[in-house]
Structure formats: C-alpha cells, structure tokens
Design a protein around this ligand. Sequence first.
Ligand SMILES: Cc1cc2nc3c(=O)[nH]c(=O)nc-3n(C[C@H](O)[C@H](O)[C@H](O)COP(=O)(O)OP(=O)(O)OC[C@H]3O[C@@H](n4cnc5c(N)ncnc54)[C@H](O)[C@@H]3O)c2cc1C
Length: 486
Amino acid sequence: MYQADVVIVGAGVVGCAIARELSRYDLQVLVVDKRDDVGGDASKSNSSIAITGFDCPPGSLEARLCHETRARFDHVTKELDVPFRVCGALMPAITPEQMERLPAIYDEAMANGVTDVVYLTPEEILAKEPEINPAVLGGLYIPREAVIDPFLYVVALAENAAANGVKFLLRCEVTGMTVENGAITAVETTQGTIRTKYVINAAGLYGDEIARMAGEEIDYTVKPRKGQFFILDRSTPCKTEAVIYPIPTPTSRGKLLLQTVHGNMLLGPTAEDGEDKTDHSTTAEELAGIERDCRQLVPNIRVSDTITQYSGLRPNRTPAGFHIAFGEKTAGYFEVGGVRSTGVSCSLGIARYVADQFRAAGVELREKEDFSPIRRGIPRFAGADNEKREQLLAEDPLYGRIICRCETVTEAEIVQAIHRDPPATTVDAVKRRLRAGMGRCQGGFCGPKVMEILSRELGIPMEQVEKNLPGSYLTTGPVRGGKEDA
Ligand SMILES: Cc1cc2nc3c(=O)[nH]c(=O)nc-3n(C[C@H](O)[C@H](O)[C@H](O)COP(=O)(O)OP(=O)(O)OC[C@H]3O[C@@H](n4cnc5c(N)ncnc54)[C@H](O)[C@@H]3O)c2cc1C
C-alpha cells in the first residue's frame, strides 16, 4: 500500500512539469504511469517547438500559459540543462490568397502580446532563409519561436522532481479510484492501492477514462488527432535555420519544416482525426502529402534523405480548449484536459497554474527550504573538446567505448542513464536520453550492444530486455545454444 498527498496520473510533459512545480512544497507527490518510462505519449512524438503563443486563441487560458512559459523557458532550460535553441520562425505567403491571411495572423499575435512579430518583404525572407520558395510574396517573422529536445525536457523535469522528493511509479496503470462521501481516498493501480487526498489527471489521451474513474460526469470526448513526420539525416544538403510555418488551416497549424536541436530536418505533422488511441502507424499517402506541402515552402528539401518516419497522437478534446480545474463532483479530483497542441509550450505555465488553483482551494503549500531547481545532465562525449574528453576518460574508462557510432554515445553515458532516477530501463528509454539509435542506422549497429548493457546493469537476461512498452521483448533466446556454441 502506497501513501501520498497528491497522485499525478501521467508522466508526460504535463504531469512531469506539475511534479517539478509541486516538489517545491512540503508535499508527498507520487507520479504514476503505465508506460516503462517517463516521457508520455504525445510528449515524445511532437514537433518540438516552444511556441510563443502568437497564434493561440486570443484571451484564452492557452494563450496566457503559453506566454508565461515562453518567458521562463530560456532560464528554466538552463536550470535543467536541456538543449534549447531560439531559432525564430518564418511564415511565408506563396500565393495572393495567403498574403491576404497575414494581417489577421499578425493582429492575433499582437492581441496575444507577441509584439515582436514583424512583416518581412520577399527579399528579407530570402536573405534570412535562401531555401524558401523564390515565388514568396511576403510573410511574417516570429523571432522568439524556439526548438527544444522534447525527450530530454521531460526526463529533466522528472529527474529534478525526483531529486526534490517526488516518487515515480512506472509500469503502473491506474485502474480505478475509491471515492468515499464524495471525496477521493485512494487510487487503484496494477501495483496496488495508493491512499491519497488529491489526484491530478494528466493522462492526455486517456484523460476521459481517468475522469470517469473519479466519478465525474463528463460532457466531452478525447480522441486522437494523428500527426505524421519525416526525419531527415543531418547531412541533408537543404536545411533551414528558422522554423518554416505554412499559413495555418482552420484545423491545424499545417505542415512545417524545422531543424531540430540536434541538426536533423523535421517535416510534418499531418492532422488526422481518428478513434484508435493506439494507432501510431504512418501511411504512404499522408507522407506523400507532407512532401508535397513542404516543397511548396522549401522546394529543394530532400525527402530521400529520410532516416525514419513516426507519428504522434494529439489528445483532441471536444469541445476544444484548456480545462484545468478541480472536478465538479468529486472532491480532491483535479483535471488537466484539452492540452492538445501546445503542451510543451505551455508546460511551465500549466504547472504553476495548477499550484495556484490548489492554493486558492485552501491546500497548504509550504515551500521547502532545500528545494533545488538545478539538474545536471549526463556529461556528453559527443561535442566535448579534447581536453574535456581526456577528463571524462580519466574519470570513467567506459567513456572510451563508443556504443552508438552515428551519434557518438559511449558506454559510460548509457550506464549512467540506467542508474538515474527515474531510470532508463528499456532500449528506447536509453535512446530518448542519449540518442543511441537515433542516427542514420537507427540502432542497427548499437541496438544489440545497448541490450547487452541493459541486461548486465539491470541483472536480467537478454530475453527480458524490452524495446519500450512492458512485454516488448526483442529476443526469444539463443539461436545456437548460447555462448558455448558461439
Ligand atoms: C504531432 C504532434 C505535434 C505536436 N507539436 C507540438 C509542438 O511543437 N509544441 C508543443 O508545445 N506541443 C506540441 N504538441 C502537443 C504536445 O505534444 C501535447 O500537448 C503534450 O505532449 C500533452 O502532454 P501530456 O503530458 O498531457 O500527455 P502525454 O504525453 O500523452 O502523457 C500522458 C501519459 O498518461 C499516461 N496514462 C494514460 N492513462 C493512464 C493510466 N490509466 N494509468 C497510468 N498512466 C496513464 C500515458 O501512459 C502517458 O504517458 C504536438 C503533439 C503532437 C501529437
């Protein structure tokens, strides 16, 4: 039986940002997630943009929290040691109809307080980004749009929360809740009962199911809106520095191009409404649409340099819009819903807003004296100069064993990732923290070596090493009877 003051359901960007915020206070906080790792579902398959909020619905809570988060990102990403690049964004208009849309988008940016957005002439656009379609008629420049490492950001939020006392219970599915006299008293999970007074629902796509478990009568639906992407090899010749946005459509921001913090070009996403909350497939038809639309903006983009495709599922709530409040029926139940397309960009604002709502409801939030906002990442061999590399090697000879050749990831880094809190216990958890397997060969060379290290460090046989989700084993047993036959 576990005990906590607050249980957060979901260790995506929303749950982990809230966990870090609440770790400032004298509270016992427990984060529960059914997955093998922190990082969430939508949170690990998005466009990686820290949006200024220039195009959010003016006056909305989303616009406000986006604005607040962006104002803190430069500082907080330094505290958390997370890659963050302020690259700016261009929104080029290629047709006269698109030109006509620009004033409304500009006015929206001003209404949202993003007052540094400016109009650019075709010459100014091409001077900034020579690869943009030369037929461009004009456009907008949004200078503070930025890109972040979305995986490391969530891991860093979680590690910092853990260092400040938050407990993470992974591979643990919430299956029900106990409500007594109209108030939550316990959360039922696949790892047993957690007694608690407060539950924060940060379950994204599954938020409706958690709300029902809490006894709330819900008047909304949460369905997946899929977004597919291409990732190109770092060596592709046609790249842009800024994020290149299309003129948005009524349902989506449209298909964009950007260079990730690690130098790969990312193309997408689509916006496909569906029913299946587990369908992460990609399709030739939609991918062809991404290529077609992106070529309108950047004609020389070379999709043949693709190293992988993936898709993410936005938690699409109907009616749309952020819903961040205590439940109407069950005392102690708090919902963070409707965070569909800007969860990364609003994360810090959402977390502080949740704390404010708790305070306003009379929950005592006493600041801890020993809270530390600082988290240091694993010292990286890739990108270090020779002097730093010598130092790392002297400290740990395993820095001399390169496991992932594409991304220059050493055994020392992998071992550290496995023993951090929360730990990396699967091949994909190692990949998201260190990029082993994210390069050109997509794990073809390093995959088995990462498995061997996981097997050794976790003390489990190779057959029990998983790719990602519980049960996603990669091997079934020795082909020729094991080592003696080799
Ligand atoms: C294609 C795409 C592009 C996007 N681009 C951007 C962008 O550029 N910038 C931006 O800011 N945002 C972007 N977003 C939106 C952003 O990714 C989401 O708003 C955000 O990730 C939502 O985070 P979350 O923590 O609420 O949900 P999730 O990351 O989905 O996490 C929810 C967690 O809850 C867990 N869970 C669910 N049910 C249970 C249960 N019963 N028991 C235990 N655990 C449970 C899940 O396992 C999961 O880990 C994009 C999203 C997509 C899909």
